[in-house]
Design a protein. Structure first.
Length: 305
């Protein structure tokens, strides 16, 4: 059963609640806090792109840090994001025509305005970095690039193997993510365990990926957007969100944060991350959500833990 993770209070009355599942893992690997059913199956969506990227690097993908960060990203579709995705493709003799991810327009506000009425493209879509990395990995290994999204393709088998090894849990369900890639079910606990393992395991694959993301947080989402903003606010913090309000974060000492909000709403992300980091003795400024009445503050949205 889910638990209340955040609530909006207006003039002393709880007006809305966000329920879900949350886990905080201590540096020593024990549970610091669990709320809801953290072992319930869910789809982690883009929160686990770093796990997918780990399988690619382990299977021969060689990119510079900026490019690797984009492979782990749900980028905003800025000009630079698209340039880097194209660089990845061109490094193995491909172009954007080989991308099989669902076409979309930029999700970054300013980039979307600049995009205007232009049609959606696969390159502008927020998952193009991951798909470019997938294609490049296929080329390096001599795997077919036309069906790289097939769950039985060697690439997807390698990704599933990486996930099960990082989480220590089997994959029970397979669906299709919004971008068209195979989507493996996990639990809130298992993604937190995976995030922790990527920080405490001295595997050079994990070190290379995390360092790339920390060096280029602007690639992970976009300047000013939540994931990038949190990573800039706290040195060493890795943050990656996913659709339907899945959130994953980790610190260099192995501390990990993960949650899944049941209604898929993300407006409580700021207050919840602020409260979660406080449990580890880390203070961040801002992240308040305004609750107004007639243009005047009349309440607050806050984490319940």
């Amino acid at each position: 059963m889910s638990a209340v993770l955040a609530q909006l209070v207006r003039s002393g009355l709880v007006e809305s609640t966000h329920c879900g599942h949350l886990i905080l893992i201590s540096p020593d690997g024990t549970d610091l806090l669990t709320l809801g059913d953290v072992d319930a199956e869910m789809y982690p969506r883009s929160a686990i792109k770093s796990l997918q990227a780990a399988a690619m690097v382990r299977n021969g993908l060689k990119l510079n840090p900026e490019q690797l960060a984009l492979v782990c990203a749900s980028h905003g579709g800025t000009v630079r994001h698209q340039e880097v995705a194209l660089e990845i493709l061109q490094s193995v003799g491909l172009n954007e025509k080989q991308l099989l991810n669902t076409p979309d327009r930029p999700i970054d506000h300013e980039a979307r305005i600049a995009w205007g009425a232009n049609p959606a493209t696969s390159l502008a879509a927020n998952c193009s970095g991951k798909h470019a990395g997938m294609l490049a990995t296929c080329v390096v290994n001599g795997w077919d690039t036309k069906n790289y999204l097939d769950v039985n393709h060697p690439l997807q088998i390698a990704i599933a193997k990486e996930i099960t090894e990082l989480t220590g849990q089997p994959i029970n369900r397979v669906s299709t993510d919004g971008c068209g890639a195979p989507l493996f079910s996990m639990s809130t606990r298992s993604i937190a365990v995976a995030a922790r393992n990527m920080r405490i395991n001295h595997d050079p694959v994990f070190t290379e990926l995390i360092n790339a993301c920390l060096k280029h947080p602007e690639m992970i989402l976009a300047e000013g957007a939540f994931d990038t903003r949190m990573m800039r606010a706290v040195p060493g913090l890795f943050v990656k969100g996913g659709a339907e309000s899945v959130m994953l974060a980790s610190l260099p000492d192995g501390s990990a944060i993960a949650w899944k909000i049941s209604d898929g709403a993300s407006r409580a992300n700021g207050p919840m991350m602020k409260a979660a980091l406080a449990k580890f003795g880390i203070t961040i400024e801002g992240e308040e959500v305004e609750v107004l009445g007639g243009g005047t503050p009349v309440g607050s949205l806050s984490a319940s833990f």
